[in-house]
Design a protein around this ligand. Structure first.
Ligand code: ZN
Length: 200
């Protein structure tokens, strides 16, 4: 990562994005020390201009921002921090500093896809996902079929917990099947986008 702290008098704007939902949560400033402390501690730390010192977000409220990744922008004068918030981010009690709700968890699918890809490329004995890939495409496809039948059975009943459990199993094994076939979820989305644009 190439950040040029000299460019902006030592303080670089840091934009914090929810690593799962993609929502922009807040913006602060980092000096070099704040960036180092963020990497070291795993908790997002800024340089507070009003306090005139390093400030770890959540140090008084407990609503820390757990670091997921840090990236510099194209010309090294802005930082994008991806994080998991441990609570509301804004001092007003709002989820974001723009008073937006941050409840969507669907972005977790991208993290899950990355984990599944990693299990395929770096298999370990302990991983259930890796064991599926090892058994081959027929077994993975069969598993999707079994999970599909199980969700059909639960759909006829009225047990929320069991239904959601089967829905999660089906989605997970569906993603494993896509990965086993070497396709991306984006390619499926492209099909849906094209179908949608034909209709409207
Ligand atoms: Zn705020």
């Amino acid at each position: 990562m190439n950040i040029d702290f000299s460019k902006m008098n030592g303080l670089i704007p840091a934009i914090v994005q929810d690593a799962v939902s993609g929502k922009v949560l807040m913006q602060g400033y980092m000096n070099e020390e704040a960036l180092e402390k963020t990497k070291e501690s795993g908790m997002v730390t800024f340089f507070s201009r009003s306090k005139n010192r390093l400030w770890t977000k959540g140090e008084t409220s407990g609503n820390f921002l757990e670091l997921v990744s840090i990236a510099g922008d194209c010309d090294g004068d802005s930082i994008l921090v991806k994080a998991n918030p441990r609570g509301p981010v804004c001092h007003t009690g709002s989820d974001t500093c723009w008073d937006e709700e941050n409840s969507s968890k669907t972005g977790f699918i991208d993290q899950l896809r990355a984990i599944i890809k990693d299990r395929k490329n770096n298999p370990s004995d302990k991983s259930y996902t890796a064991s599926l890939f090892a058994k081959g495409i027929n077994k993975v496809a069969q598993k999707v079929g079994e999970e599909a039948v199980e969700i059909v059975i639960e759909a006829k009943d009225d047990n929320k917990e069991l239904f959601l459990g089967e829905a999660a199993d089906l989605l997970f094994h569906y993603l494993v099947l896509l990965e086993a076939k070497g396709y991306e979820l984006d390619e499926v989305m492209q099909v849906l986008i094209e179908r949608h644009s034909k209709k409207s």
